[in-house]
Design a protein around this ligand. Sequence first.
Ligand SMILES: Nc1ncnc2c1ncn2[C@@H]1O[C@H](COP(=O)(O)OP(=O)(O)O)[C@@H](O)[C@H]1O
Ligand SMILES: [Mg+2]
Length: 357
Amino acid sequence: MKLFYESDSSIFKNENALSLEYLPPEMPERETQLKELAAALNSSAKGKRGRNILVTGPTGTGKTSCVKYVLNQLTEFSQTPIAIYINCWNFTTSNAVLSEIAERLKLPLPRRGIAFDEIFKRIKEYLTVSNKVLVVVLDEVDRLLANNSTEILYYLSRGDELASGKISVIVVSNDDELPAKLDDRIRSSLLESRVKFEKYTAFQLKKILSERAKLAFFSSAITEEVVALCAANAAKQGGDARVGISLLYQAGLNAEREGSNKVLIKHIKLALEEVKNETDFIARHFDSLSDTEKRIVNLLLTGPLTSGEIYEKLSDLGISNRMLQFYITKLEESGMVTSQEIEVKPKGRTKLISLRK
Ligand SMILES: Nc1ncnc2c1ncn2[C@@H]1O[C@H](COP(=O)(O)OP(=O)(O)O)[C@@H](O)[C@H]1O
Ligand SMILES: [Mg+2]
């Protein structure tokens, strides 16, 4: 959490409101989805299991924020439900997810050699003794499917039979076709409720962005016209609110750098170009890469991977892990990829590599 801000900016009132982790106080244009989510969880406020929910929709359509928004209200409203949010990018197997749930419930587990069933049993016992119900969110669940590690979905979605009515699960995915990819026995229990998120239209984005702009910018620094241009571009690029927010932010930084006390159309145009240049950058430099580097970049085109995953996928090359780290560092230095340390249970920390956006 960022606590201190430069007070001498004439542009940003609260720069933090444009950061990616920021949870807005309201979610305009998502009233329907918020109500559907709340309705499915309603009984958990009264100590009965909520309905399982499958949430799907393209990136940047507000899935993660809406789910967090509803859980915050739920746990403020009632002490009975315990809400656990898990992003499967950080916990990429069923085992890792289940251990994390136990850990968040502060259930002591022996370091080694405890079976999946046994952990699940202890979670159930805890819920019975404490008279609580559990709502688990598995965000970015596509990661578990990619790893072929979906038994946690079975355990959590069959909460009724397996956990005497104590557990429900909200599964969030970018893939509208997810139900077809699930096992029959998981699909039917998961689909007790289905909440769909559609791409935003330019009109919707304008509303969302102008609310955000009010929080982030001094009113003298921003105009409707500027917000509308960001909204139009975000609509063109997949109806993704994240794109619109990044554009606003980048434009604000451009204005600040120029010493302007207003965000102007030219600052948005510059921001658009910067985003475009970065994607072009990869295209332009691709030819100068070695074959191994090209393979790594190609793998990353479908999304970020951990260095371990890249290593496995390149096993046919027979290169050592140290050599792979060397290539990754080289790609990082050339600005093609970025890496981020992430926590993977139970192994510890690893690097998540993504193409520079
Ligand atoms: N309806 C909305 N109102 C306000 N902000 C939104 C709305 N929808 C999305 N956002 C913002 O857009 C960004 C992406 O939303 P997110 O919930 O992460 O989308 P998803 O999980 O579908 O990829 C976040 O910064 C979020 O605050
Ligand atoms: Mg999300």
